[in-house]
Design a protein. Structure first.
Lengths: 180, 591
């Protein structure tokens, strides 16, 4: 109870932090992404990853996939805050549904010669990564999978001459016949 | 001439804006002209359906529109120019968003081809106002304008009401396009506010209410926003259940202060009985309030043993600060109507006599008492007299922000909703005077009083000039203690009585200032003169600046000290220096 004097009540909350993947269907119109991002920064929420693209061209609908972290109460707030935005159609918590598939694509550039090159190719094959560019001293691999798999691949490439990585962020979709 | 030239729906963007205002039944707008809205002002000049009130600063227009909206239940409309016109509107927009006030603000913008060029009086209006509006639009094509304007009115006034901005570049105002009257398809398909409460949840709520031993109803501004029917249903609910009721600052008037079940306001400066009832209750019914931090005190000690029912139209209000047991998402009036129906059909009002006896003991502590003084006007006394002398009149009260605001909430009894206009969420000093202007525009013959502080009132004092121009007989009742009293109170309590920059060494002579503005100045310095002076203020049919000189160092009690729970209130009788120091012991480290 040794809090500093303040006109605000200061409380430490020690609820566990969870990671959730949210799928958000929005009207594709100018400023919609700024609204979503502004909500997160304005209210102090975290964005671990964010992907967005138009998915239904005819209806001008875009799908945003957000990976965020927070206490269960904050996660609930985030969903409600997103849902009440005017251009937002639906918010689905893919983590709660428990039956979603998550994928990310990464392009991984390596520079090296000799033994390192051979080792990198061997590992790439094990991870089902494809070579999409090659020179005598470099490769670019394309790898798809969940974030953990990509992290692991990148970690393995690090000592073999990793130059840079470009990742798309997570896209998610539910299993089974139903749409969101 | 071709046929299209006779099409009455072919018009310029500027004409569409005025036409849309008329189609939405707008009678008054508040605004300030400038380069980027000249075409709209030219259209306004050539019609007489919409009356424009010229303010002295755009912030004044915003707060006036808020007062207009809150006292009528209709959206307030503002018209300002680009750049500084828009940025000056940011405070009222943020204020309206926090307090759920419907505003439609139309801003001019530099021509489309200059957007992004740092043109004269350009700013990113939609970017700047995005976090302080419910929604906003930049209209780049004149043929989208009608749809956007109609949607703007709908979004502002439906669901949880709030402010919206429509930014219209000057070339779009000049361009000719097709107008259409409001129609359903103007609204985003994705925007579907939920009005009707879930029947299963309502049944659960009724079961809880019927089994309660120590119930309390905690109502908020949402009941006022929902409309007059919600207040009627709230009163019926209290009558049918026999439960005690308290309300937030924003909800005052929904249940009458003279009602026998009224506990007074709750929260940081609420009454002892209201806060104790909240703390000790076993069933809490929250209607249209949001468990704000001024209400809850420390959240981990907030009403620890109660089951909580929460009715709110905004799902994001549920479980934001306090976990509730039975959330019901829907419009207050709608849900209360259903709830009453089920309660009357299936439940019996529980016997809560012992609970009322406990409440009577808390009431007997008389937490709003203050020591009478025959030499100096005490601010509490001033409000009490103002209330007594305006009783039975058609009165509207606005306030600024600070001690005077809390005293007004504590000592002025509100019998009806829509009579109390105050900045609750954002706490905007300078709100009350322009809000009074807006209220008086809507209610020409009513008595409109801004209960003000000497510091707040100087923030938007220029709007007195607006009141004179439009012959709006607003009364500015200034509790003048020469301090920023609430800030000083916190400095006394938390910062070792170091009164850092809270004393106004140079105040204007408010009576002379009244003279300069062309209104009436009245001063009262003695309790004995107060009644006569207030009566004079009420009787004069012109705007009044009333300089009420009150005790300089009076503080606002009771209060919940920071970091404390509802049952740890500091009462006025106990608020001597020692008790105060002990209550704020947590702050001693910094003293």
């Amino acid at each position: 109870m040794n809090q500093p004097a303040s006109a605000y009540f200061m409380e430490d909350r020690h609820d566990p932090i969870e990671s959730h993947t949210l799928s958000v269907l929005v009207q594709n119109e100018p400023g919609v992404l700024a609204r979503v991002i502004g909500l997160f920064s304005g209210r102090g929420y975290n964005i671990e990853s964010l992907t967005v693209s138009e998915t239904e061209n005819q209806k001008h609908v875009s799908r945003i996939t957000i990976v965020t972290t927070g206490t269960p109460m904050v996660i609930e707030q985030i969903k409600h805050q997103l849902d009440r935005m005017i251009p937002v159609y639906r918010v689905v918590d893919m983590t709660l549904t428990g039956r979603s598939i998550e994928r990310e694509l990464a392009m991984v550039k390596l520079r090296g010669t000799g033994e390192h090159r051979v080792e990198a190719l061997r590992l790439a094959e094990a991870f089902r990564a494809r070579v999409i560019d090659a020179t005598t001293e470099s490769f670019v691999f394309e790898i798809t999978g969940n974030s953990a798999k990509i992290n692991q691949f990148i970690d393995l490439m690090r000592p073999l001459g990793l130059v840079e990585v470009s990742r798309t962020g997570v896209a998610a979709i539910a299993r089974g016949p139903e749409g969101m | 001439m071709s046929d299209t030239s006779h099409d009455p729906n072919q018009m310029t963007g500027a004409a569409m804006i005025v036409r849309a205002l008329i189609d939405h039944g707008v009678q008054h707008i508040f605004g300030y002209p400038g380069g980027a809205v000249l075409p709209i002002y030219d259209e306004l000049f050539q019609q007489s359906d919409v009356e424009h009130i010229l303010v002295r600063h755009e912030q004044g227009a915003g707060h006036a529109a808020e007062g207009y909206a809150r006292s009528t239940g209709k959206p307030g409309v503002v018209l300002v120019t680009s750049g500084p016109g828009a940025t000056n509107m940011v405070t009222p927009l943020a204020d309206a968003l926090m307090d759920s006030i419907p505003l439609v603000c139309i801003t001019g913008q530099v021509p489309t081809h200059l957007i992004g060029n740092d043109a004269f009086q350009e700013c990113d209006t939609v970017g700047i106002t995005r976090p302080c509006t419910k929604h906003n639009w930049l209209v780049r094509d004149v043929n989208d304008l009608a749809k956007v304007l109609h949607e703007a009115f709908y979004v502002a006034s439906s669901g949880r009401p709030g402010p919206v901005v429509v930014d219209v570049p000057k070339d779009v105002q000049f361009a000719t396009g097709t107008y259409h009257p409001p129609r359903k398809s103007d609204v985003h398909l994705s925007y579907t506010p939920r009005l009707k409460g879930d029947a299963t949840q309502i049944r659960k709520a009724v079961a809880l209410l019927a089994s309660a031993k120590r119930p309390v109803i905690y109502s908020g501004g949402g009941v006022v926003n929902s409309g007059i029917e919600a207040s009627r249903l709230l009163r019926e609910l209290v009558e049918v259940t026999g439960f005690p009721i308290t309300s937030t600052l924003m909800g005052l008037g929904a249940y009458p202060a003279s009602g026998k079940n009224w506990l007074g306001m709750l929260g940081m400066h609420g009454t002892y009985e209201a806060n104790m009832a909240m703390h000790d209750c076993d069933v809490m019914l929250c209607v249209g309030a949001r468990f704000d931090d001024r209400i809850t005190g420390r959240t981990d000690a907030f009403s620890p043993n109660s089951k909580k029912i929460h009715i709110d139209i905004d799902p994001s209000s549920i479980n934001k600060n306090i976990r509730v047991d039975v959330p019901i998402i829907g419009d207050c009036a709608n849900v209360m109507g259903d709830l009453l129906q089920v309660f009357k059909a299936e439940a019996k009002r529980p016997d809560i006599k012992p609970w009322w006896q406990e409440i009577a003991k808390w009431r007997a502590r008389n937490s709003l008492s203050y020591k009478k003084n025959s030499d100096i006007i005490l601010p509490q006394y001033a409000i009490e007299r103002l209330f007594e002398l305006t009783r039975g009149r058609d009165t509207y009260i606005t306030t600024e922000v600070g001690q005077h605001q809390m005293w007004a909430a504590q000592f002025f009894g509100f019998e009806e909703p829509h009579r109390w206009m105050t900045s609750g969420g954002l706490g905007t000093m300078g709100y009350g005077l322009p809000a009074a202007v807006g209220v008086q525009v809507a209610h020409r013959d009513s008595l409109v009083i801004d209960i003000a502080g000497d510091a707040s009132v100087q923030m938007t004092m220029q709007e007195m000039s607006t009141a004179i121009q439009y012959e709006l007989p607003i009364k500015i009742f200034i509790l003048n203690n020469q301090y920023m009293g609430m800030v000083r109170q916190w400095q006394q309590l938390l910062h070792g009585n170091r009164l850092s920059h809270t004393y106004s060494e140079a105040l204007p002579d408010f009576v002379k200032l009244a003279d300069a503005f062309g209104c009436v100045g009245i001063r009262a310095t003695k309790p004995g003169d107060l009644d006569g002076a207030i009566q004079e203020m009420i009787d004069v049919k012109r705007p009044v600046l009333f300089d009420c000189r009150v005790a300089a160092l009076e503080n606002c009690f009771p209060m919940i000290p920071s970091g404390k729970a509802h049952n740890e209130m500091l009462l006025p009788a106990e608020a001597n220096d020692e008790a105060t120091a002990a209550a704020f012991a947590g702050g001693k480290a910094l003293v």
